[in-house]
Ligand binder design. Sequence first.
Ligand code: UDP
Ligand code: MG
Length: 347
Amino acid sequence: MTPPRRIQLGVVIPAFNEESNIAAVVEATRRELDALGVDWTITFVDDGSRDHTREVIRQWNARDGRIRAVFLSRNFGKELAIAAGLRKATGDAIVVMDADLQHPPAAIRRFFEAWQGGAEVVLGHRADEMHAGFLRQLASRTFYPVFRLLSQMPLRAGTVDFVLLDRKAVDAVNRFNERTRFTKGLFRWIGFRTETVTFVADARTAGVSSFNFRRLLHFAVDGIVAFSSFPLRMWSGIGVLISSGSMLYAIYFLVRTLVHGNDVPGFPSLIVSITFLSGIQLLSLGVIGEYLSRIYEEVKARPLFLVSEELGDLEEAAAAGDSAAGTAPESSRAAEPAKSGSVSHAA
Ligand code: UDP
Ligand code: MG
């Protein structure tokens, strides 16, 4: 009889300019994974870092083949870095977490236990936002209610992309080819047996957050556009309301002029209605623009990310059997140097 196969757990860590965090996150994560008694791998996705992140990862890979990496050809953004990681990482379940230890590796055990208990998607929920600035807290308090209303998806404030996905769920996410990605939304959207693990986020250990307010705003609009078409549709309703309003106004003026005569020419009301309506028109055009630009991005159907190098024994792209997915298969692969990782740990 062959002994039962050990559980394979993969951890995906997107990293962008995280040279001073890699060592700490590896050490802490490794300790947790060893304590779980599973076979594990850590897959870093270097998202076009401009510091020494790649060199640091390379050293770790040389020391321990279970630490693998995908180096993207440039900065594609966290959402696509996660997409790359999920396509490349192996394992019966995959944990996605940040490189800056804001997602404490010590919480992995609880994600793992929820999964062992039958959950197929385990979502992290950040209990506190004490480390977030005032503006950011305000933004997230406004964003989530609006998002829920527009998308009808039960996404709570504090939901982050610290997550454990069963292989089934990973394969499901890997079938998504959309580039305007709001990964937390996707993790909800796919369904499966979902549970939540609450954790307390630590402060970033080193470096600075790459998300400034502009980037967060862009991300928020991405999230709404990706999961709701209501902003696009509501304008016909608003249009009907406003035009029936101005019809009533016109009738009122007509009657008044007939009864009292025309005393003052309606200069103010003219200006008000013109500016109001042109404002509404520009706004609605703007909303159409938001969607249109993203539709344009999608129809170009460019690869989600391109890989410049891989370290270690990684899954082939398009793991979900979706040939349209992922990296440009032939060309980018040919451009890659030979895989340099050694995975002798398997012995
Ligand atoms: N990240 C990335 N690509 C980017 C920006 C960020 O892969 O373009 C990674 C980053 O290295 C970190 C995670 O995404 O592991 C979260 O980023 P950050 O800490 O800057 O965001 P915050 O915690 O402030 O939301
Ligand atoms: Mg962070």
